[in-house]
Design a protein around this ligand. Structure first.
Ligand code: NAP
Length: 257
């Protein structure tokens, strides 16, 4: 019997491409997001897949749709990917807490609600893998991305702690840190996105990492190397590099696309 995977945010972008890729590799799939019609069409295309509407920022919606998905596919999940996420530019000079709040609800709480709904059964079964779609943007605080970077850094810390805590139970945890991937989310960006990755290529890299049980999946390598290097920079040097970059990023007229 094929293994069961659940993906949130499967109605577009990385989640949709990952669903197709895992479907091709023989996984049975549960697709969760708010745009149910899109997912129903995707589920039909994939074949061995079911779709349920879910708002990940609502705890009851997450637990209800996970239970329905388990019932529909005939058992608990071997792989669960907390992929649903939103991102919007922020700037300290125009900061609005309510805009940041929604990102925290979807990106951070959404992942934790899903974790709560699926990990107890993984512990009981002494198996399974929980993965979170964080971002290279969580490795340092990036200009115009304070709230987004903060949600992704929170995800990374949560997933890392959980990975260590769940290892004795035989439950795996994977942190996925993509760089820029061409999806509806990044289509809105007005600044130049270095090392932009095609979404289907991203899905193959992520599926490979999940299937081999990687702790961290980080790509593309030049962007990953660059971000890991920035972590080594002293704060004063980081600021000197980032202040002009932040100015250019928030003034798209000065940036070549
Ligand atoms: N694209 C990139 O460059 C990039 C880089 C690093 C990390 N990421 C992360 O990758 C993930 C996917 O992003 P993407 O680029 O594929 O963007 P996308 O195409 O906009 O997809 C976002 C997905 O999240 C779902 N979603 C948003 N709010 C939701 C909610 N409240 N409840 C349930 N589902 C919700 C959307 O579905 P509905 O609207 O149908 O609910 C959609 O399926 C995000 O976590 C993002 O932060 C993206």
């Amino acid at each position: 019997m094929s293994k069961r995977a659940l993906i949130t945010g499967a109605s577009s972008g990385i989640g949709e491409a990952l669903a197709r890729e895992l479907g091709r590799r023989g996984w049975s799939l549960a697709l969760l997001a708010r745009r149910h019609v899109l997912m129903e069409a995707l589920a039909r295309e994939i074949g061995n897949a079911v779709a349920f509407p879910c708002d990940v920022s609502d705890f009851t919606s997450v637990t209800d749709s996970v239970r329905k998905a388990e019932a529909a596919l005939g058992g608990p999940f071997d792989l669960v990917v907390a992929n649903a996420g939103i991102g919007a530019p922020t700037h300290a000079s125009k900061f609005k807490a309510n805009e940041a709040e929604q990102m925290v609800r979807v990106n951070v709480l959404g992942m934790m609600y899903l974790f709560d709904a699926v990990v107890p059964s993984m512990i009981e079964r002494r198996g399974g893998r929980f993965a979170g779609m964080a971002s290279l943007a969580g490795l340092r605080g990036l200009p115009t991305s304070s709230a987004y970077s903060a949600t992704k850094a929170a995800m990374q810390a949560f997933l890392e702690s959980s990975r260590v805590e769940l290892a004795p139970y035989g439950v795996g945890v994977t942190t996925i840190n993509p760089g820029f991937v061409a999806t509806p989310m990044t289509e809105r960006n007005r600044f130049k996105m270095p090392f932009l990755v095609n979404v289907n290529k991203a899905a193959v890299i992520i599926a490979d990492g999940l299937e081999r049980g990687a702790r961290v999946v980080q790509f593309p390598w030049p962007m990953s190397l660059l971000m890991r290097f920035t972590r080594l920079l002293p704060n004063a040097i980081y600021d000197r590099v980032m202040i002009p970059y932040g100015r250019r990023k928030s003034d798209p007229s000065k940036v070549k696309r």
